[in-house]
Design a protein. Structure first.
Length: 259
């Protein structure tokens, strides 16, 4: 199985995609309200504890979450160096100013990215695009035309890697892929962009010809039902978010943005 394919094992694989989407939004919304490190740290600890029972293979988990683990420290470091200074100043050189305030802000930024990014990755790597489309259309009652168009677009994303590889081989066979890495990458990216537009246009025409855009009530081959485990998933997300906020408020670190 490809490492990019949806994970179909573990408790999360049986949860409705709409419930996973809602759980990620609940945790993210609460963590975005305040910019303190306590709430983010509490949420992150709880999420890692839940991660141990998710049943996701370790290799898949490491590969999928690697961008989050890389981006979070970099964002925190940037905030430490260039964030708003307050309190004692330790380093001041040109635009760089490291102080107590920037260090605290950098730590909060790093933890918030981890606390928001990890559950999002954890939930979405177990979602199949077709199941998500069924849930959006049947549970949330979104327009079928919008849902099916989005599903078709998601299904084409997997072809980008193959197209990029084919373009690389074709340009190399023509002898124009040996020098100028930046120029080659830009030219190849533009070629991929044009190819994607052409393929999307053909797919839209084919779907319209088959009646996907007809203004009639649509039936679905696979029913999408909101069950008890889906409500439990939402309840766990509310518990994680409320616990993080309660602990931050209790220790006096809760800091609502704009206040």
């Amino acid at each position: 199985m490809s490492i990019l394919a949806p994970v179909r094992q573990g408790p999360l694989a049986r949860v409705n995609p709409v419930a996973k989407l809602g759980a990620a939004l609940i945790v993210s919304a609460v963590l975005l309200i305040s910019i303190d490190w306590v709430s983010a740290a509490v949420a992150l600890v709880l999420e890692i504890a839940l991660l141990t029972v998710a049943g996701i293979p370790l290799r898949t988990l490491v590969v999928r979450t690697a961008p989050v683990w890389i981006a979070a420290p970099l964002a925190g470091l940037t905030t430490v160096l260039y964030g708003q200074a307050s309190g004692a100043v330790y380093v001041q050189w040109w635009a760089v100013e490291i102080s107590d305030g920037s260090i605290a802000l950098g730590l909060a930024t790093m933890l918030r990215i981890l606390a928001i990014g990890l559950p999002a990755v954890l939930l979405f790597i177990t979602i199949d695009p077709t199941d998500l489309a069924d849930g959006l259309a049947q549970v949330l009652r979104l327009p079928a035309r919008f849902v099916l168009g989005g599903l078709a677009g998601l299904r084409l994303v997997g072809l980008f890697v193959d197209d990029w590889r084919a373009l690389t081989l074709a340009r190399r066979a023509r002898g124009i892929a040996e020098t100028g890495a930046i120029r080659r990458m830009l030219g190849q990216a533009f070629a991929l962009f044009v190819l994607s537009i052409r393929r999307g246009t053909k797919l839209a025409t084919a779907m319209e010809a088959r009646g996907f855009g007809a203004p009639v009530r649509r039936t679905w081959a696979r029913p999408s039902v909101f069950r008890g485990r889906d409500w439990v998933t939402l309840a766990v997300a509310v518990l994680v978010a409320s616990t993080a906020a309660a602990v931050a408020i209790a220790v006096g670190s809760w800091n609502v943005l704009g206040s």
